[in-house]
Design a protein around this ligand. Sequence first.
Ligand SMILES: Nc1ncnc2c1ncn2[C@@H]1O[C@H](COP(=O)(O)OP(=O)(O)OP(=O)(O)O)[C@@H](O)[C@H]1O
Ligand SMILES: [Mg+2]
Length: 460
Amino acid sequence: MIDDDREILRTVYRYLEHVHRVSVDDSVHRRSELADVISDHLGVDVTTVPVTTEALSLHRYVDADIALDELSASGDGRVIGVTGGDQRWHLSASDLLSSTHGRFAPGPISYETRAIGPGAERRVVAFGVRLLTFDGQPLAVVQRASSPHAMPPTARLELFGTDADATGAALAEIRRLMVERSVLRGQVLSFTPTEYGSHAGATFLPRPSVDADDVVLAEGVLQKIVDHVVGIGDQRDVLRAAGQHLKRGVLLYGPPGTGKTLTVRHLLSRTPGTTAVVLTGSSIHLVRAAVEIARTFAPALVVLEDIDLVAADRSHSNEPVLFDVLDALDGLEPDADIAFVMTTNHVQILEEALAARPGRVDLGVEIGLPDVAARRRLFEHYAGTLPLSAEALDAAADRAEGTTGSFAKELVRRTVLRAALRGADQPTDDDLEASLDDLLSSGAALTRLLLGGTESLSSN
Ligand SMILES: Nc1ncnc2c1ncn2[C@@H]1O[C@H](COP(=O)(O)OP(=O)(O)OP(=O)(O)O)[C@@H](O)[C@H]1O
Ligand SMILES: [Mg+2]
């Protein structure tokens, strides 16, 4: 009996050993081929290594790719792609390493092209695994752009390293390189909102080129704005040394077509090398992303055009978007060299918000309808070298009461067109007068409205 018992126990033991072996084999098989390659690189089973995830905003993805390229170059790295179907975009890196969800294996690298400047592009790794060495330690980084169908869009890095300190240091170095080598620095950027409240990445705008002479405003007005926006930046060292704040908010208000946007374009041309984010209309909702860029890449300019367009909107927190804008301004460190420039047609709509959040805007400038002297300068400016007499320009300026800068531009265009249509090389004073008659006639009330001004259609 005792011998029998021993035999049974031996059999049970062998059976348990067998079960153990099978389960160990199984767990090896549950690792994907991708995990095998990464494990070889790390020198340990990657499925036992902790993962560090870094979420990326879409507009920072290129910067991450550049940082990883640099880290790879110095860390003797290589990049491998991943095959195994579209679900690879939606699974966490840990899931890619097990074979439960599919057969993920090394394969071709997915690339995408991304803008890195106005008219410039770069090929980035859209899905890949970087195998490199950092601080003498092996490191694997799964790099993913936003998946094609993910809404809201997400992009991320997942780092696998055996040494927690080295992995932390690698991430810090990636973040540092992302700022130092950023393609956003010094650019003029814009965002297009998606229906999910986020944006589809940054758009690079060419920096405008508008001279001070091209902006015709009442005496001293442009200078006042330039001093506040550009001058404070130029004097940043003096101001900082004296403990004065650099952050500034300017509100340009006035009727349509009077040169607010033109003034902004002049400010952008006066500040080469400054990072600028220009948001208009519904993209103003993205003010927080703009502020984050401004803070990271100061000196910076944040332009919020036509902010009255969002006056009635509410943000996620059910606060008016305008409050969000003003709070974003307030959240910035006072010594950050950041200028906010806002434009609006309807300053009264903003009054409540500005009163509820005082101190954010430290200069308000009215860009009003041009007076007769300014109209005269506008007509002369747009007439350029055309042979129009001083008297004719004077007379036109006198008559064009209540019109705007865009009206002046259109008047000269029509004058030139009129001459061309009658076969003349150059316009005459008569062409100017007749074109003005035309634009001031009651039949042109809608045109005048379209060119800006204060007159309403019903008052005609
Ligand atoms: N003060 C000005 N000096 C020179 N040109 C002007 C001026 N105002 C308007 N213009 C001409 O009219 C165009 C339209 O003006 P702009 O876009 O700056 O108006 P705005 O004040 O921004 O109007 P809105 O409130 O409708 O946005 C300018 O591109 C420019 O050609
Ligand atoms: Mg405008």
